[in-house]
Design a protein around this ligand. Structure first.
Ligand code: PEP
Ligand code: MG
Length: 319
């Protein structure tokens, strides 16, 4: 099975009933972009740009960032690239960006909140991204968006920078990883260019369990039926408005969950590069209508264990 998967890694992933789903990679740098291309990726669904900023005494300047983003677009050779703006705070501190000591850093200044409160770094990053965007199909994604107002503020900021550079603003989208954004997905859909669901943080904020908590991880199960309902609701709201929606959290790489995610009608699954071939192969074995029925059963399940049992028996019957 693995052999078939790797032989067809570079082919599109199309369900039995003809629905194509992009299988993209989550990457941290340009070496990983090349590796993902070798492993058959359709694009990059999440460049975690914070990896360019971590473990160094000063931030990369505009020119260094521009060169990196351009190199990644080059490695992708025409495949689409979604770059997430700096997502620090919470569990990812930076030496040159002092953030307040907080009792609950995951509920404090992190993600786009840092960019809005201290815009100098965001400004430099948006300049570098927009300059690189003329060299390939790039989209910019904002992390931890909580309100429509935040999106508007950053969009206006990005528009001003694009005008300064005389470069058209590339598509601007958001992560759905805060429950308020998921619940308001229909409203966001009038203003954003695309969505990507971040199941890692969404699980943390829906279940009120720290994503790194070793003892309580059984509560933060990504197959929690409440979380699945919220993800499915957000995906449906986006699709009804014709807005593209992908998924870039860890759940996207769980092969048992693939039918569930196909049932949600997601346009893209962004995963770690080594599982691209297997996720594509799994998609090819599925019928999207059967997946929709499975999804409904999962949404009506009482517990994550029941969801897991449904997925296991579905996989047993459909492989
Ligand atoms: C997520 O929260 O699901 C996500 C993809 O982002 P990160 O894991 O980088 O927080
Ligand atoms: Mg996240």
């Amino acid at each position: 099975n693995r052999d078939i998967a790797s032989r067809q890694a570079h082919d599109a992933a199309i369900t039995l009933d003809g629905i194509e789903i992009e299988v993209a990679a989550n990457i941290a740098n340009d070496a990983e972009a090349s590796q993902a291309v070798n492993l058959g990726t359709d694009g990059v669904g999440l460049l975690r740009s914070e990896f360019l900023f971590l473990d160094r005494p000063t931030p990369p300047d505009e020119e260094e960032q521009y060169q990196t983003y351009r190199a990644i677009l080059g490695a992708l050779d025409g495949r689409p690239l979604i770059v997430r703006t700096l997502d620090v705070g919470g569990d990812k501190p930076l030496p040159y960006l002092p953030l307040p000591a907080e009792e609950n850093p995951f509920l404090g200044e992190r993600g786009i909140r840092v960019g809005i409160c201290k815009p100098a770094i965001l400004r430099q990053q948006l300049r570098a991204l927009l300059r690189a965007s003329v060299h390939g199909p790039m989209k910019i994604m904002l992390p931890m968006i909580t309100t429509v107002q935040e999106f508007r503020v950053v969009k206006a900021f990005a528009k001003t920078i694009a005008e300064e550079l005389s470069i058209p603003l590339c598509p601007l989208g958001i992560m759905i990883e805060v429950p308020s954004a998921a619940l308001q997905a229909d409203t966001f859909a009038r203003e954003v260019d695309f969505f990507s669901i971040g199941s890692n943080d969404l699980a943390q904020y829906v279940t009120a369990v720290d994503r790194g908590h070793a003892g309580l991880d059984y509560l933060a199960d990504p197959l929690n039926p409440g979380l699945l309902r919220l993800m499915s609701m957000a995906a449906t709201a986006a699709q009804e408005k014709g807005v593209w929606v992908g998924l870039c959290g860890g759940l996207a790489g769980d092969l048992d969950a693939t039918p569930l995610l196909v049932g949600m009608g997601l346009s893209e699954l962004s995963v770690s590069a080594p599982v691209i071939a297997e996720v594509k192969q799994r998609i090819r074995q599925l019928d999207s209508r059967a997946c929709q029925t499975l999804l409904q059963q999962c949404l009506n399940s009482a517990t994550s264990d029941e969801v897991r049992e449904l997925l296991t028996s579905f996989t047993g019957n459909s492989k």
